[in-house]
Design a binder for this molecule. Sequence first.
Ligand SMILES: *[C@@H]1O[C@H](CO)[C@@H](O)[C@H](O)[C@H]1NC(C)=O
Length: 333
Amino acid sequence: MVRLRNPALAALGSLLAAHNALSIVFAPILGTDRPFPAGGSIAVDQPPNYFFQGFSPPFPTNDGWIGYGAGTGDATKGAITFFAGKALGVSTSATVSAAKFQVVNSTGTYVIYSLSGVISLTASNTGTITAGGKFTGILRVVKLNAPGHEVLLDQYYANYPTGVSTDYEISGLITGILYFESLRVHENHRSKLQSPNFPSTTSLSYLTTKGYMYPAIGNIWNLCYDLPTITWHVLRTPDASCRASLVAGLEYEIAHLPAVAQPGDFYFFGGHVAMVSRLALIAEQVGRNDLVSPVVNYLESMFGYLFNSASTAVPAYETAWGGIINRAGYNNI
Ligand SMILES: *[C@@H]1O[C@H](CO)[C@@H](O)[C@H](O)[C@H]1NC(C)=O
């Protein structure tokens, strides 16, 4: 069994070649250094607000954050009906000093934990919670889906990831193990986790678009996967009687590729180059390597536009949130 780290990629390349498999291996992400794409740098017109004050990009951008992290940040302001055990009637508020607070609104029950001692918070029925003073420390907020979940949350609320490192190991090209270190989150890879420490599924759960997520406790997680047997070529060679028609179709397609033109956007560009790339693979499969290079030349010319700052659809680094976007669409959600 070979434990692969990044410098071993060259060795892996020859290993794969020996198995006659054409593959690309992606190394772990080594850094979050700022890239310099052809489109240069640009800032969106919805930059992060005070929510991320004191932090630097890249920031998470998804539906869960955006209402808080951009614009005025007051995405939700439904009435708070209970705060730290006190009922909040219309137009009332309550001030409580504690290190743990339950908050109930029409969506459900939430728990705020202070990992930095007792703090004073004032909740108003109108939907705001304000601190009694400047707070420097760690707050954690969690949704309490069932009263029975509180036991596990109380036990582990102080545990959270501050960093992660990943690694992987390939054994006989049949199984791959992905390593996560220093990670403590709930996960949905239960069937792949080696030697897991799973609390009962009734102790905590969250419904996501991928089904329920249940807790797993541990500092080092090894996920073991059976690797797919997919190769770039078809698994069954086309019947000999089809070869002449296949070659004729291929010759026609390659001779009639649309003119190389700069992409109008990323989406259709991606579909188009994927389709053209496939022609080269078909040519290889039917033993017409002479038809491969016109396709490769075509793809090189097409991809050239993505590296030319004069192109319309060109990647740019977005400086406010930190990430790669289509420069032309910087203010277009
Ligand atoms: C209830 O509070 C949670 C946590 O702050 C918030 O995400 C949710 O939108 C609130 N619901 C309403 C109706 O305000």
